[in-house]
Design a protein around this ligand. Structure first.
Ligand code: NAD
Ligand code: MG
Length: 298
């Protein structure tokens, strides 16, 4: 690795300003077919042993942000279990291979967590395979752009809440009896929690709920030595965006309206998750780290 995340560099030019062609993938979309491809840190993320001996479950760990987090966790010395939808097997296998090269244990656990039984079993399976659990990353998410509220179906409203909010609740609840003091729960919220786009009413509402859940639960679990934090990404180039997460005409300029002038690459989020997972952040709970290219947040 000649360059890594510690290399002194200009954040404006660290990655090119991308202008993705209009493209469509059926939900949930594959990193494999994304144009241009994304940087999940395969070539650049260098671990320093910050998560040595830790055991992590990451939902949506096959692609995008979750994949970048999974690679970073493994390079920092953690064993990792990845959850994703069965149709995402090609992406999951690719990330599992990158992790296996670190020598850490990787377990793949496909399953649709919008089903509460699947969500609860996922936690048990991960803890059994990893022989314990001390990091939980609730990162799976559903985002479908709809211009008019009249066209937002009841089914989409409920499904978005089931995947983004209810599954987080089911998984966290199932994990709690297994998490020892020192454990860390990290939820992926969004800049949408503060600045909702008019075409993402259901999605943005779930992200506000995730932020609120994080801050309430953090207080409840603090005396037990379990920390709960969130990361709020801005525009990151991932499969979510092309599987109807954005209107198609927005894709060519995706992320260009941020102060840094470009979309984020998933690996640029990984250090925040590593920090929140590790004991370095022992006095940080109920926090949200905003990583959004400079958009002001309250
Ligand atoms: P992504 O498509 O790579 O990841 C989303 C993942 O969610 C999928 O890989 C899939 O495995 C999982 N998922 C969706 N429905 C599921 C279900 N029913 N059961 C199991 N897994 C399911 O895209 P991403 O952008 O990396 O998204 C990861 C998280 O980041 C999401 O919560 C998203 O809302 C959040 N986020 C993304 C951005 C961005 O700009 N990309 C910004 C803010 C927040
Ligand atoms: Mg995926």
């Amino acid at each position: 690795m000649s360059e890594d995340q510690y290399t002194f560099q200009n954040p404006v030019t660290r990655y090119p300003v991308i202008s993705p062609p209009k493209q469509d993938q059926p939900e949930p979309g594959l990193d494999r077919d994304l144009k241009p491809t994304t940087d999940r840190g395969e070539e650049t993320y260098r671990g320093l042993g910050r998560l040595t001996g830790r055991k992590a479950l990451i939902t949506g760990g096959d692609s995008g942000i979750g994949a970048a987090v999974a690679i970073a966790f493994a390079r920092e010395g953690a064993d990792v279990a990845l959850n994703y939808l069965p149709s995402e097997e090609p992406d999951a296998q690719e990330i599992a291979k990158v992790i296996a090269e670190t020598g850490q244990r990787v377990v793949v656990l496909p399953g649709d967590i919008s089903d509460s039984h699947v969500a609860k079993k996922l936690v048990a399976d991960a803890a059994e395979a990893l022989e314990g659990l001390d990091i939980l990353v609730n990162n799976a998410g559903k985002q479908i752009s709809v211009e008019r509220l009249e066209d937002l179906t009841d089914e989409q409203w409920e499904e978005t809440f089931r995947v983004n909010v209810s599954a987080m609740f089911w998984i966290t609840k199932a994990a709690l009896p297994l998490l020892p003091a020192g454990s860390s729960i990290i939820n992926t919220t969004s800049v949408q929690a503060y600045s909702p786009s008019p075409n993402l009413i259901d999605y943005a509402s779930t992200k506000a709920a995730i932020n609120n859940f994080t801050k309430g639960l953090a207080q409840q679990l603090a005396p037990r030595g379990i920390r709960v934090n969130a990361v709020a990404p801005g525009p990151f180039w991932t499969p979510l965006q092309v599987s109807d997460g954005q209107p198609k005409d927005k894709l060519p300029t995706f992320g260009q309206d941020t102060p840094l002038g470009r979309a984020g690459q998933p690996t640029e989020l990984a250090p925040a998750y590593v920090y929140l997972a590790s004991a370095e952040s022992s006095y940080t709970t109920g926090a949200t780290i905003n990583i959004n290219g400079g958009r002001p947040t309250p």
